[in-house]
Write a protein that binds this ligand. Structure first.
Ligand code: CU
Length: 144
């Protein structure tokens, strides 16, 4: 009984070492293609979008972590600047590069989304809740 237990533990230890080695070789093989996203801290309120850093590079991948410090609910979208009159939310979501929907950004909430910037595009961060965009919830993304 006692011997059997020790044997089982040793086998388990060997198995976990093997898994660790496999994981190590996988991550080193993919380092060339998958880079760690650059962290961007974003604050939204009534009615601003503030991002740090505020400059972005084409082809780079960013994780936008957005905190709603306002008293109203907001959303966060990365889209081409759009004349959104006549477009419904579903259509805008489809055109967007990234969306954190309003359900995930009530007052006080933090949510994040990861985006790889295209090579050549005119983009902006925006909140398209009715009236918010017009009151200033938009911020251009100029790719360098
Ligand atoms: Cu808003």
């Amino acid at each position: 009984m006692h011997i059997h237990g020790a044997f089982t533990r040793r086998r388990a230890a060997t198995a976990s070492v093997t898994v660790a080695l496999l994981l190590a070789s996988c991550s080193s093989a993919s380092d060339q293609t998958v880079r760690t996203p650059v962290a961007v801290q974003v604050t939204v309120n009534e009615f601003e979008i503030i991002a740090t850093p505020a400059e972005f590079e084409a082809g780079e991948t960013y994780t936008f972590t957005v905190t709603n410090e306002g008293a109203a609910e907001h959303e966060f979208m990365i889209t081409e600047p759009m004349a959104h009159a006549g477009m419904d939310m579903g259509e805008m979501d489809e055109m967007a590069l990234a969306v954190i929907p309003v359900e995930q950004l009530p007052p006080g909430a933090t949510a994040s989304v990861t985006v790889t910037m295209p090579d050549n595009a005119s983009l902006e961060m925006a909140c398209h809740i009715e009236g918010h965009y017009e009151q200033g919830m938009r911020r251009p993304i100029e790719l360098s």
